[in-house]
Design a protein around this ligand. Sequence first.
Ligand SMILES: NC(=O)c1ccc[n+]([C@@H]2O[C@H](COP(=O)([O-])OP(=O)(O)OC[C@H]3O[C@@H](n4cnc5c(N)ncnc54)[C@H](O)[C@@H]3O)[C@@H](O)[C@H]2O)c1
Length: 460
Amino acid sequence: MGKIIKTNISRREAIKTTGSVATSLAVAAMSMQGVYAYQSNTVQVALIGCGGRGTGAAQNALSTKSGPIKLTAMADVFEDKLKGSYDSIKKAFDKQVDVPVDRQFIGFDGYKNAMDSLKPGDVVILTTPVAFRWVMFAYAIEKGLNVFMEKPTTVDGPGTRKMLELASKSEAKNLKVGVGLMCRHCRARGELHDRIRNGEIGDITLLRAYRVAGPTGSAFVKPKPANMNELLYQIKNFHGFLWASGGAYSDFLIHNIDESCWMKDAWPISAKGYGGRHYREDYVDQNFDSYSTEFSFADGAKLILEGRYMPDCDQEFASYAHGTKGSATISAKGHWPANARMYKNQNMTTANEIWKYTKEDLNPYQLEWDALIEAIRQDKKHNECRRGAEASLVTSMGRMACHTGKIITYDEMLNCEHEFAPTVDKLTLDGPAPLVADKNGKYPIPQPGKFIRPKREYGI
Ligand SMILES: NC(=O)c1ccc[n+]([C@@H]2O[C@H](COP(=O)([O-])OP(=O)(O)OC[C@H]3O[C@@H](n4cnc5c(N)ncnc54)[C@H](O)[C@@H]3O)[C@@H](O)[C@H]2O)c1
């Protein structure tokens, strides 16, 4: 076993047990560098939001190879989700799972209990729907915990402003924060990014991105069963409700937006967009079934983004870059492998290929965890919160442009006052949901051209 590189005594204990000069030095060091950094002692992990991605993220955490790591607490609002997740993680990582029933927490306050069971410097995984992200992240910062949080991290202007403030606080505490825009850790995209920076396809003037698929996740929501709690129904079907997820647009399109903007090394300054609900049978969610957005960068370059969730149409999940000297595939056929390539002109054919990634394209979901845990153990700077909030804001800008039918600028989105769920930190099981259905069980849907003063995406 290696040594613990920083003391894990508390400030109060340090003051009680050491001489005054040594104490001041120790306390100053702790303030500057974070209280705990681990080299090879056990990192404890709590999982909050035990669904598909949370279960996967916990497994990625337990698969890191830089030292001992254990899952020690879990929280969810649904008992069956927690149990299902526990069983599958336990089956695969038996000895690394130490979550007795008294560290399994059900309910809206469970996140606090789970984080209370950790020590400063441990890691909490935030994989609930995004609505709860800032609430839980604020508590994690208070507890001095390192964090892995899934994308998107915000869905509106007020939420983004809160998240940016929290980013500053977490940076000041030297916390390590990973955000689940895992494609940023992809080696193939990373090499492509370096080559684009070297000018190998010239200046980027156009990016194109597509995530066109059939109905995805819980984006198509059937009416609420009579006997089901309204709030839990909306949480279970979170892709259908803008307060919970930012809808299909924010939840699904953010990856293409983020990887495209990465290649440009800039965020767009405005967006205009289109979309509609072509045929929705008795689905009651707030989503359009197709979206088209044109983002503009400060230098005039554009990112064209297409999103569609309709059965039996052509499907594509890919991003492309066009430069003054050539073009590139950023990703084709999903997140991984990336299939990154460059071409000598705008015709993206094998004959025109000038580069492709030939090494093994490792799983970026694992790489993002390897980087986070390595940063914790070696006390390296690692905080993706600010970038995650910016990517989320740009995504909201595109969504709002489609939903309002108006050009939305980055600054307008950031300063927008409409908050989808201002009381999300106070929700209780028997209290009201942030979104209310009409007497027919229908929820308000965006209607471009309406409800734009003050800017908001739907009435009520
Ligand atoms: N990076 C990626 O490629 C990727 C892939 C899938 C999902 N995600 C993200 O992960 C998040 C979760 O998605 P998912 O597909 O795992 O959904 P999911 O529904 O499978 O899991 C979410 C879990 O959170 C629980 N939950 C909801 N509110 C809670 C609360 N207040 N406290 C505690 N638990 C709560 C739910 O009961 C559920 O078990 C989303 O933000 C999604 O965008 C990212």
